[in-house]
Design a protein around this ligand. Structure first.
Ligand SMILES: Nc1ncnc2c1ncn2[C@@H]1O[C@H](COP(=O)(O)OP(=O)(O)OP(=O)(O)O)[C@@H](O)[C@H]1O
Length: 623
C-alpha cells in the first residue's frame, strides 16, 4: 500500500487577512470529499495548479474530524500487529505541532493524545472481552532530533551527552536509537503527565514566523504489547512532528537559530531527496545523509504510513507551499509493505499440541508436523490476514543454535516446551520463509550427522523405541569437540575484531563440512558482517558530524563571527584529516584573527587523500 498523504490547510491566525488566501481545498467530483489543493501559479496568477491527495481538509476542519477520519481507523490495524507511522510535514508555522499535539482544551487535543486515548480504550476492551486472558500494555519512548543529534525527551536535559544517542541499523532496514528510555503508561493520565513533562524538554523558540517554533523533529513511539495465553503480539505507533522548513530571508534568525535552521532545512532537503529517489525507483536512496531520514526510513518501514501535509493558506508562503505540495505529491507514490509484526508464541497452540499427542506417538517412526517454534511472520495485511489466519496451515520456523543440545532419551512434552526465539539480529524480518527449515529439536528417528561424525568408533545405539543412548565416552567426545569449536570461533572473532577496519576475509570453510560446522561458519560470517556494518555506520556518523561542523562554520562565517567559524572548522578537521581547503581556511582565519598558526597537519593520518575526494564529491567542490 502506498503512503497515504493528506493535506490540512490551517485557518487564518490573528493579524492574517482573508484577501491574502491563495490556497484552497477542492473536490474532484461534486458532492465528494475534498481531495485537491488549488494554488495559483507564481508566474501567472490566473492559472491554478492542482495537487491531488488522498484527502484534503480545509480551514474549518476540527481536531476531532481529522483524528476520526485519518487516525482512529488505524487502531484496528495497530492491534492486528501492523506498525503505524504518522508524520506531520510542512513549512514552519503551518500547524504541524497543532495537528500532532494540539492544545490542552479537550476540543483542541491533537492526534497524539487522541491516539493514546484510543489505544487505552481498545486495550481495556480487549482485556475485558477476553475475560482477562489477554492483557495490553503500553510503553512510550519519546525523543527529538536536534541539529542532527538524537536526544531522549523522557530524560532531563542535563543528562544529555553532547553527541546525543547513537543509531543502530537492525535487520530488515529498521533503524533504532540505542539507549532510549521506555516508560510504561497505564492510562491516559499517566501518558499526559509524561508527555507534558517531556514536551518541556523539547527545544522550541520564537522565530519571526512562529512564536513557538519547534527547533527539532520529535518522535513519539507507542509500543503496544498484547499478551494472550499462547502468544505475544507487539506493534508500534509512531507519531512524528517534524520541524518546519524555514526561509531564512524571512525569519530574521540569529546565529543559534540559523544553525538550527540549517540542520532542519538540510534534513528536510534530504527527506525530499529520499522521496524523489524512491518515487523514481533509484537503487540508492540517501537515507543515511540525515538522522531523521534514517529513523523515518520511508519506503523501508513496514505497516501503514500517513503523511499529514500542513499548509498555510497565505500568499506569503506561496513558494514554500508549492515546494511542500510537490514533495508530498511524490510521497504518494511510495509503497510501504503492510506486514504484520511477528507473533511470539509462548507455547504451541493448543490445537497443535492435541494433534501432536494424538498423531502416532512421539517415539514412532512417523515424522511430526513442523510447528511454529519461534515466531510467525505474516505478510498478509489487515482484515484479509485475520480472515485467512484460521484457514492457513501453521507455518514452520526453525530455531538456529550453535550448541549441541543434550539429546533427551525421550522427547519432552510439547505442551511444556519453551519456545526459543530466533535472534532478530540474525534474520531479516522481511525474509518470508517459503520452505520449512529443519527443526533442531532432536528427532528420535534420526541420528544427527554431526553426532555420527563426532562419535567416531563409539557407535551410539538406537533403541527399538527409537531413542538414542550415548556412552560416557561419546558425550566426552562431543563436549571436547564443542569446546574446541567455541575456542576456534572466539579466536577467529578476536582476529576479525582486531582487523575490523580492514574488512577481513571470512574464515576459510572447514575442510569437512558437517551441518554443525556450516552453522558455526555461517554464524562467524554473520558476526563479521555485523561488525563491518557497525564500523561503516561509525564512519558514516563521524563523517556527518564533520559535515555538521562545516555547515556550522559556514553559518558563523556568513554571520560574521569568524572566531566561532574558526572553532567549527577546527572541530571539523579531525573528521577530514589533511583536507587542503579546510586547512587553508583555518590558516587564513587564524591569520585574520591574529592567532598563531596551527599544526593542522597533525590530523593527516595518511588517509586524507581518500576522504578529500569524498568530501569534494559530496559537497560539490569542497568545503
Ligand atoms: N488548525 C488550526 N487551528 C487553529 N490554530 C492553528 C491551526 N493550525 C495551526 N494553528 C496555530 O498556528 C500557529 C502555528 O502552528 P504550529 O506551531 O503548530 O506550527 P508548526 O508547523 O508546528 O511550526 P514549526 O515548524 O515552526 O514548529 C500556532 O499558534 C497554532 O496554534
Amino acid at each position: 500500500m502506498s503512503v497515504r498523504v493528506v493535506a490540512r490547510i490551517r485557518p487564518l491566525l490573528d493579524g492574517e487577512h482573508e484577501k491574502d488566501i491563495i490556497v484552497r481545498a477542492d473536490t474532484a467530483e461534486a458532492g465528494k470529499p475534498n481531495t485537491i489543493v488549488k494554488i495559483p501559479s507564481p508566474k501567472n496568477g490566473a492559472e491554478d495548479f492542482s495537487f491531488a491527495f488522498n484527502s484534503v481538509y480545509d480551514q474549518s476542519t476540527s481536531q476531532e474530524t481529522l483524528y476520526n477520519s485519518e487516525v482512529q481507523p488505524l487502531l484496528k490495524s495497530l492491534f492486528q500487529g501492523l506498525d503505524v507511522t504518522l508524520f506531520a510535514y510542512g513549512v514552519t508555522g503551518t500547524g504541524k505541532t497543532h495537528t500532532m499535539r494540539g492544545g490542552l482544551k479537550l476540543a483542541d487535543r491533537g492526534v497524539i493524545p487522541r491516539l493514546l486515548s484510543g489505544v487505552f480504550r481498545r486495550g481495556k476492551k480487549i482485556a475485558k472481552d477476553s475475560d482477562g486472558d489477554t492483557s495490553v500494555t503500553v510503553a512510550l519512548s519519546y525523543y527529538e532530533i536536534y541539529n542532527d543529534k538524537v536526544f531522549d525527551l523522557l530524560e532531563p536535559p542535563e543528562q544529555r551527552t553532547p553527541m546525543g544517542l547513537p543509531l543502530r541499523a537492525e535487520a530488515g532496514g529498521r533503524t533504532v536509537v540505542c539507549g532510549l528510555t521506555e516508560r510504561r503508561c497505564d492510562d491516559l493520565r499517566d501518558f499526559e503527565k509524561l508527555y507534558i513533562e517531556a514536551n518541556n524538554n523539547r527545544v522550541t523558540a520564537a522565530t519571526k514566523l512562529n512564536a513557538h517554533s519547534s527547533r527539532s523533529h520529535a518522535i513519539l513511539r507507542v509500543k503496544v504489547t498484547q499478551s494472550g495465553p499462547d502468544c505475544v503480539r507487539e506493534s508500534t505507533a509512531s507519531a512524528i512532528d517534524l520541524a518546519g522548513s524555514e526561509d531564512n530571508r524571512r525569519t530574521d534568525n540569529g546565529k543559534e537559530r540559523l544553525v538550527e535552521s540549517a540542520a532542519i532545512n538540510k534534513s528536510l532537503f534530504v527527506l525530499s531527496q529520499c522521496i524523489d529517489a524512491i518515487s523514481r525507483g533509484d537503487r540508492r536512496v540517501p537515507y543515511r545523509e540525515s538522522k531523521m531520514t534514517r529513523i523515518l526510513s520511508l519506503g523501508q518501514n513496514h505497516g501503514i504510513t500517513v503523511m499529514i501535509l500542513n499548509l498555510s493558506p497565505l500568499r506569503s508562503y506561496h513558494l514554500d507551499t508549492l515546494s511542500s505540495l510537490n514533495v508530498s505529491s511524490r510521497a504518494k507514490r511510495i509503497e510501504v509493505r503492510e506486514i504484520e509484526n511477528e507473533v511470539v508464541y509462548k507455547q504451541f497452540p493448543k490445537s497443535s499440541v492435541a494433534a501432536a499427542h494424538g498423531g502416532g506417538g512421539l517415539g514412532g517412526g512417523k515424522r511430526q508436523p513442523l510447528q511454529p517454534l519461534a515466531n510467525a511472520h505474516n505478510v498478509q495485511s489487515g482484515n484479509a490476514a485475520a480472515a485467512a489466519a484460521a484457514a492457513r496451515p501453521v507455518k514452520a520456523f526453525s530455531v538456529y543454535t550453535d550448541e549441541l543440545k543434550p539429546i533427551p532419551t525421550s522427547r519432552p512434552s510439547l505442551a511444556t516446551s519453551e519456545i526459543r526465539r530466533a535472534s532478530p539480529a540474525k534474520r531479516s524480518s522481511d525474509q518470508e520463509p517459503t520452505t520449512a527449515r529443519p527443526s533442531k529439536l532432536a528427532r528420535p528417528s534420526l541420528l544427527p550427522s554431526s553426532l555420527a561424525a563426532s562419535s567416531g568408533s563409539h557407535h551410539s545405539s538406537l533403541s527399538s523405541q527409537g531413542t538414542i543412548t550415548l556412552s560416557a565416552a561419546q558425550i566426552e567426545a562431543m563436549v571436547e569437540k564443542k569446546v574446541a569449536e567455541v575456542l576456534a570461533a572466539r579466536m577467529a572473532a578476536e582476529q576479525q575484531a582486531a582487523a575490523a577496519s580492514a574488512m577481513p576475509p571470512p574464515p576459510p570453510p572447514p575442510a569437512k563440512s558437517s551441518g554443525q560446522d556450516a552453522a558455526a561458519t555461517m554464524q562467524r560470517r554473520l558476526e563479521a558482517l555485523e561488525r563491518r556494518i557497525e564500523a561503516d555506520e561509525r564512519r558514516e556518523d563521524a563523517r556527518s558530524d564533520g559535515l555538521r561542523y562545516l555547515l556550522a562554520a559556514r553559518q558563523h562565517k556568513e554571520s560574521g563571527d569568524e572566531a566561532a567559524a574558526l572553532r567549527a572548522y577546527e572541530s571539523a578537521l579531525p573528521f577530514f584529516p589533511g583536507q587542503a581547503k579546510l586547512v587553508g581556511k583555518i590558516r587564513r582565519l587564524r591569520g585574520r584573527l591574529g592567532l598563531p598558526g596551527c599544526d593542522v597537519g597533525r590530523h593527516d593520518g595518511g588517509g586524507g587523500r581518500g576522504r578529500r575526494d569524498d568530501v569534494r564529491g559530496r559537497k560539490g567542490g569542497g568545503v
